[in-house]
Design a protein around this ligand. Structure first.
Ligand code: NAD
Ligand code: ZN
Length: 356
């Protein structure tokens, strides 16, 4: 293993390129892995082009991928070089007070479980570092493709988290705002949780088709007037039981609250890249007494979640292949894949680069 590696980095806000860095060191609990495939995320676009997490210089990008273990620390028990592994986008420090409190994604501080291309170099690199390997890696199930494994990094755990946060129950009518790569997994998750009706906000044909496959029953466009008016019309003035948000802006919460029944819950995983305040409509929030809850969060990562969610794919209960619309082969396509995510052509859900 040479000392140096190449990585695809954010050079500064709005600028990307290949750089050379030293291969990261492997601590006693850690692993050094090499990607088998990587996926571009909308969050990478927020990071590079909107400066959403602030300016970063020469920071290797990416937090979605699957990998082969190259090296493990002396205290790692369950993984060895050559293992093919799922890598969650969020890799908490499991031996932290935040993890013990049930909020592992905030281990070390708010959002600090999100380490790749945030607090350290990301996965768009010949090698990358995984902290707490036993707590964060999981073996790729037999027969699973590397493309499917990439979708398990972030899209499945995040989309499903919106469903968990909204606490979807049997028979619920669920509104899913945003049916991109994450929102589609919210649709699939709401369906698995037993929703009776899933109303989606989104019109791109590729997403609508995929959403139908995942159990969506109705579609509305936010370009055809307010979401809440359309929802109220479709539900005969009653509103919905749950709202999952995986797209939109700081204003989307207004529509969510206006669309909800009293006692309803909003689960949002949307990354709010701009705007100072999230506003909540006072009257539709029951003047503060409507029992309308808003939950929002970073996805939980870690090994157990990877094992459980990958078992849904391995057993055939969840098909993530419709997400993988653009698959490239070779590192040289990384920038093209990133720009594709930035420009969002109509037929795109997720660009993936397989490292052959
Ligand atoms: P995406 O761009 O593929 O999908 C977003 C969708 O929302 C698009 O289809 C878009 O048409 C739609 N949309 C945009 N504005 C809207 C509006 N005003 N009303 C309704 N829909 C609107 O992105 P994605 O990859 O699916 O990710 C969705 C969000 O989740 C992003 O903000 C991303 O950064 C965030 N995210 C959060 C976490 C987490 O852990 N919480 C993890 C990954 C991604
Ligand atoms: Zn992501």
């Amino acid at each position: 293993m040479s000392e140096m590696m190449k990585g695809f980095a954010m050079l500064k806000i709005g600028e990307v390129g290949w750089i050379e860095k030293e291969i990261p060191e492997c601590g006693p609990l850690d692993a050094i892995v090499r990607p088998l495939a990587i996926a571009i995320c909308t969050s990478d676009i927020h990071t590079v082009y909107e400066g959403a997490i602030g300016d970063r210089h020469n920071m290797i990008l990416g937090h979605e991928g699957c990998a082969e273990v190259v090296k493990v620390g002396s205290l790692v028990k369950d993984f060895k070089p050559g293992d093919r592994v799922l890598v969650p986008a969020i890799t908490p420090d499991w031996n932290s007070l935040e993890a013990q409190a049930g909020y592992s994604m905030h281990s070390g501080g708010m959002l600090a479980g999100w380490k790749f291309s945030n607090f350290k170099d990301g996965v768009f690199s010949e090698y990358f570092h995984v902290n707490d390997a036993d707590g964060n890696l999981a073996l790729i199930p037999d027969g699973m493709s590397v493309e499917e494994a990439c979708i398990l990094s972030d899209m499945v755990p995040t989309g499903f988290h919106a469903v968990e946060l909204a606490d979807v129950q049997f028979g619920d009518t669920v509104l899913c705002i945003g049916i991109g790569a994450v929102g589609l997994m919210s649709v699939a998750g709401a369906n698995l949780r037993g929703a009776s009706r899933i109303i989606c906000v989104g019109t791109r044909p590729v997403c609508v088709e995929a959403a139908k496959g995942y159990g969506a029953t109705d579609f509305i466009s936010y370009k055809d007037g307010s979401i809440e008016e359309q929802v109220m019309e479709m539900t005969k003035g009653k509103g919905v039981d749950r709202v999952c948000i995986a797209g939109g802006t700081v204003q989307t919460f207004e529509s969510a609250i206006k669309s909800l029944k009293p006692g309803g819950k909003v689960g949002s995983v949307n990354y709010l890249g701009a705007g100072e305040y999230v506003t909540i409509p006072r009257v539709e929030w029951g003047c503060g007494m409507g029992h309308k809850q808003i939950m929002s969060g970073l996805m939980p990562g870690g090994r157990l979640r990877m094992e459980k969610l990958s078992s849904l794919v391995a057993s055939g209960r969840l098909d993530v292949r419709p997400e993988c619309t653009h698959v490239f082969h070779g590192w040289e396509h990384t920038e093209e894949a990133l720009l594709l995510m930035k420009d969002k052509p109509k037929d795109l859900i997720k660009p993936i680069v397989v490292i052959d």
